[in-house]
Design a protein around this ligand. Structure first.
Ligand SMILES: Cc1ncc(COP(=O)(O)O)c(C=O)c1O
Length: 366
């Protein structure tokens, strides 16, 4: 047997995660100037990071020779004050991706299963498969989570359920009432990861009270990130909120120094910069209207989205994507999700949205 064949079959069978194409790569491939390229492919914050976060990074630059605080005291303190939970209920991650994987490693093993939805965030099946557990994919309803069907799909060997709310790539949302009903019915010995990477983009009436749910359900793990609305995707920092004993379990599989000192300092400062966050949310809301109005004007169908991106149906998405790339526009094909006719477009600044719509109109011959 070869070296590769010695790796477990469940690892060899993983379909790798496909990240958005970096600007530098497209520039090289197409011979384009980087400044002529727009990237609306990874649901990043088009405004960048808060100036306060950038200043905080500069302040800790001289400390990069030292390991970060492995317990993340300052960031956990800031989060616990903001969220009204104790520090013992917080697990920090190298991006929220890290805490999603910790949950999989902590609860899953060969012989047990995890439930997630069709079209849900691609990391769930990968994280499940990496543990050797069985993934149970539940057909979506209107591109979103069918929570009653997910409940029925829970089997005696199910240990974990993943829910993205809002979901990426479809932007769909399970309402607060639906989530409450779902959690009340899930067996207490099945962990539920409620992935709220796009929580900040929700309007007040659609924000469920996940913290109240947390108090009522010790099997709930809420995950959030600084990568999206806080504009710190490159630093990799996210977190889980859960019961202290669940946090203890996740911490057992966490790398000791998984969040850098730069990321911790920037996250604390970003949380303090409320005006910047408000500006980001306003720009996203306006950009969403601009993009969806523009798509409607072109007669392009889209899935109504609650995040900082929108999935639109363009026909042969691979061909449309190629033509957009030739015009210096990077968006995200989602064929890997079983959506070969859709492209996911992140909301950009007004000028970027205009350039995307112009390029799409050209490519579609409208
Ligand atoms: C639904 C969802 N969850 C989690 C993540 C992970 O983000 P990060 O690891 O940057 O926090 C993403 C990133 O795109 C996402 O879309």
């Amino acid at each position: 047997m070869s070296l590769i064949e010695h790796a477990p079959a469940h690892i060899r069978a993983i379909a790798p995660y496909q990240p958005g194409k970096p600007i530098s790569e497209l520039a090289r491939e197409m011979g384009l100037d980087e400044s002529d390229i727009i990237k609306l492919a990874s649901n990043e914050n088009p405004l960048g990071a808060s100036p306060r976060a950038l200043a905080a990074i500069e302040n800790v630059l001289m400390e990069v020779a030292r390991y970060p605080d492995g317990n993340g005291y300052d960031l956990k303190t800031a989060l616990s004050e903001r969220m009204g939970v104790t520090r013992e209920q917080i697990v920090l991650g190298n991006g929220s991706n890290d805490v999603l994987e910790m949950a999989a490693r902590a609860f899953l093993a060969p012989g047990v299963s995890a439930v997630y939805s069709q079209y849900a965030f691609a990391v769930y099946p990968i994280a499940v498969q990496a543990t050797g557990a069985r993934g149970i994919e539940v057909p979506a309803r209107d591109w979103g989570h069918d929570l009653p069907a997910m409940l029925k799909a829970i089997e005696p060997d199910t240990r974990l359920v993943f829910i993205a709310n809002p979901n990426n790539p479809t932007g769909t949302l399970a309402s607060p009432a639906e989530m409450t009903e779902f959690l009340a019915a899930v067996p207490e010995n099945v962990a539920v990861v409620l992935d709220e990477a796009y929580y900040e983009y929700l309007s007040a009436d659609l924000r469920g009270d996940s913290l109240a749910l947390l108090a009522a359900h010790p099997n709930l793990i809420v995950t959030r990130t600084f990568s999206k609305a806080y504009g710190l995707a490159g630093l990799r920092v996210g977190y889980a909120l859960c019961a202290p004993d669940v946090a203890g379990l996740l911490n057992r599989v966490r790398q000791p120094f998984n969040v850098s000192n730069l990321a911790q300092a920037a996250a604390v400062a970003a949380m303090e910069d409320i005006p910047f966050m408000e500006e980001c949310l306003a720009i996203n809301a306006a950009g969403m209207i601009q993009l969806t109005d523009g798509l409607q004007g072109l007669g392009v169908e889209f899935i109504p989205s609650h995040g900082n991106f929108v999935c639109c149906r363009v026909g042969d998405a691979a061909a449309v994507n190629r033509a957009l790339l030739e015009r210096g526009v990077i968006v995200r094909p989602v064929a890997g999700y079983g959506m070969p006719e859709h492209l996911r477009v992140s909301i950009g600044m007004e000028k970027e949205n205009t350039l995307f719509l112009k390029a799409l109109a050209e490519v579609l011959g409208k």
